[in-house]
Design a protein around this ligand. Structure first.
Ligand code: BEZ
Length: 212
C-alpha cells in the first residue's frame, strides 16, 4: 500500500555517504525532504543534487534536512559525488542513501514498474516535525525537479502550521495569503491584525502574518 498525505513517514536505517543513519534520528525535531533519483552518473540527477547542495542555506533557514536515495551502491555514490561537486560548483554534504536492497524504495513506493522495473523514479516527500508526510511529488526520469518550488511549498506548509492561513496559486514569500474557510470573518478580523481583504465570503486575503 503506498503512502498518502498525512500518513506517518516510515522510519528506516540506511547506509549513506555520511555513514549509517536512522532516518528519524537524522531528522530530529525539524522538517525533512527525502528524494529519490533514478541512477548515479546521469545528467539530470547530477544537476538536481547539485542544486540541492547549493540551496543548503535555504534549507537550513527553514530547519529542513535533506536526504537523497537511489539503488546504486555506496562506492558509486562516492565517486559520483565528486563529479557533482566538480561540475555543479558545490559541496554535497547531505547523505545519499545506497539503497541496494531497495528497502527505502519499497517503503516509499519509489519504484514504478511501468516506468522502470529496477530504478527509482523522481519521488520527493516533505515530512513534517510530526513525521507525517506533507507533500509527495513524482516526476519522470527525464524532467529535473524545481527545488525553488520545493522551498516555496515548505514556506507555505510552515505558514499553515503556525497560522490559520493557506496560500493561493503561484504564491511567493511576501505576498498576501488566504484566510482558511474554518475561520469565520468575525474571528479573522480579531486574529489578523494587519486586516483582511474580503473578495467573497469564502475568499479572504490577509498580508503574510509572519512578516513585519
Ligand atoms: C538523468 O538523470 O539524466 C536521467 C536518468 C534516467 C533517465 C533519463 C535521464
Amino acid at each position: 500500500m503506498s503512502l498518502r498525505l498525512g500518513d506517518v513517514a516510515p522510519n528506516f536505517k540506511a547506509k549513506t555517504t555520511e555513514g549509517e543513519i536512522d532516518f528519524y534520528e537524522y531528522l530530529g525535531t525539524g522538517w525533512g525532504i527525502l528524494f529519490s533519483h533514478p541512477a548515479d552518473y546521469t545528467p539530470v540527477c547530477t544537476t538536481e543534487l547539485g542544486r540541492t547542495a547549493l540551496l543548503k542555506e535555504e534549507f537550513a533557514k527553514r530547519n529542513v534536512k535533506v536526504l537523497a536515495v537511489s539503488v546504486d551502491p555506496l562506492d558509486k555514490h562516492l565517486g559520483w559525488r565528486s563529479d557533482i561537486n566538480e561540475t555543479q560548483n558545490c559541496s554535497v554534504d547531505f547523505p545519499i542513501i545506497a539503497d541496494e536492497s531497495r528497502e527505502v524504495a519499497n517503503l516509499y513506493d519509489m519504484i514504478h514498474p511501468n516506468a522502470s522495473e529496477t530504478f527509482t523514479v523522481r519521488s520527493l516527500f516533505i515530512i513534517g516535525p510530526d513525521k507525517k508526510v506533507k507533500l509527495m511529488i513524482t516526476y519522470p526520469a527525464s524532467t529535473g525537479r524545481n527545488f525553488y518550488e520545493v522551498l516555496r511549498v515548505i514556506d507555505s506548509l510552515q505558514l499553515t502550521a503556525s497560522y490559520s492561513v493557506a496560500t493561493p496559486a503561484d504564491w511567493k514569500h511576501g505576498e498576501d495569503v488566504i484566510v482558511v474557510p474554518a475561520v469565520s470573518t468575525e474571528d479573522a478580523l480579531k486574529k489578523f491584525e494587519k486586516g483582511i481583504n474580503i473578495i467573497k465570503p469564502y475568499l479572504r486575503y490577509t498580508p503574510q502574518p509572519n512578516l513585519n
